[in-house]
Design a protein around this ligand. Structure first.
Ligand code: ZN
Length: 382
């Protein structure tokens, strides 16, 4: 009985997603004309003004950049951030007795059914009506997980932007406002046809999106974390418009910086679901443009809680939303599905489908995420 109810619910969700009419996608009219210039940053302090067409050409060529056009304040502040004493992250883990039982609760079938619905939206482009629908669906899913946990403290909200697709933020309050942020990006893009092309984005970054959602679900089964007793607060962020040049995360971290929010650590995961055949399965730990101490801490977490090793790799400047956290002066880190030369080759195309995704590999990322979140939420050393 229970199973058939679940199956019905799932098929209803799927039907909702699949019956969304195809093309005729409604695209927001950009407020800027094609001749308007955007300021793109390729490396710290290295900027160029480009047209929108040039911006998409760069994206298609795989060039990483931040579109800082509307984030001059964050950019300027980043140039003037006084060198702060680095946060000393724990060099040993302390929460194994609590974390280990949680890892056993991570459920591949949740990730699978969530991602199936999510990748069925025609695309999740940040200025398309599909992109808004997908982000709204994700928000309701996040709310559903929080409600099911029975927590009266945890909450979720949409962070709205100047475009229609909102970001999503979930908070599990702790004893202090010192916050550990765990992020992924909720949008997707077809590089050849950004505004209306099919972009399932199953791996990029539907995988990261559902990995951190499942880790959140499991962390909320811990009665002490659930009841707000952890020394630190945990937040889960799903950023809009990463593919537009890290726009959603820049807006959020500008807001956090302006409000004096204390973020002790930020972990981004962008692509967690692909294992290239013939390679040794591992987790890619990014070592460039990240906080060194936090990255060392992540290696310890992987050694302890994952069943596969990590491999160090580099992705260049601004390759995902952790770059926005760094700009605001927050220690940030980035973990990806493999060493960069072995990541999925289907991203930004209509071939980034669920058939390319390895759900066992996503469980490894979810183990790392759960261990990372629990250990840092419960440490009093930060
Ligand atoms: Zn991505």
């Amino acid at each position: 009985m229970k199973i058939s109810v679940i199956a019905l619910a799932l098929s209803a969700q799927l039907a909702f997603a699949l019956t969304i009419p195809k093309p005729n996608v409604e695209i927001e009219t950009p407020t800027r004309t094609a001749r308007t210039l955007f300021t793109i940053e390729f490396a710290p302090g290295e900027t160029r003004d480009v047209t929108e067409t040039e911006k998409w050409e760069l994206m298609k060529a795989g060039t990483h950049f931040m579109d800082i056009t509307n984030y001059g304040d964050l950019h300027e502040a980043s140039q003037n951030i006084a060198i702060k004493a680095a946060i000393a992250f724990p060099t040993k883990l302390a929460a194994q007795p609590s974390v280990t039982p949680l890892l056993a609760k991570l459920d591949k079938s949740n990730i699978e059914s969530n991602l199936e619905t999510y990748a069925a939206f025609h695309n999740r482009y940040y200025r398309s009506s599909y992109g808004k629908q997908a982000a709204d669906w994700l928000f309701s899913k996040v709310q559903e997980v929080i409600t099911a946990s029975g927590s009266s403290l945890a909450s979720a909200r949409q962070f709205s932007h100047s475009w229609s697709q909102s970001s999503v933020i979930a908070t599990i309050p702790g004893q202090s406002n010192s916050t550990i942020v765990i992020g992924a990006h909720l949008d997707s893009i077809n590089g050849a046809n950004p505004s209306s092309g099919r972009a399932p984005g199953a791996d990029d970054d539907g995988s990261g999106t559902m990995t951190i959602l499942e880790a959140m679900r499991v962390l909320l089964t811990d009665p002490w974390t659930l009841s707000g007793q952890a020394p630190n607060t945990i937040e889960f962020h799903w950023y809009s418009a990463e593919e537009g040049g890290l726009l959603g995360s820049q807006a959020i971290f500008t807001d956090y910086k302006n409000k004096g929010r204390v973020v002790k650590a930020m972990l981004q995961q962008d692509m967690t679901g692909y294992v290239k055949s013939g390679t040794k399965e591992s987790v890619g730990v990014i070592t460039d443009y990240v906080d060194t101490g936090l990255t060392e801490f992540i290696k310890i977490v992987i050694d302890e809680y994952c069943d596969i090793p990590y491999v160090e790799t580099k992705c260049g400047y601004a390759c995902s939303d952790h770059a926005s956290a760094s700009k605001a002066g927050y220690p940030s880190s980035f973990v990806i599905e493999a060493s960069m030369e072995n990541i999925s080759g289907s991203i930004h195309t209509d071939r980034d489908t669920i058939s390319t995704v390895n759900f066992d590999h996503m469980i490894q990322h979810a183990k790392m995420t759960t261990g990372f979140g629990y250990e840092l939420a419960w440490t009093t050393e930060l």
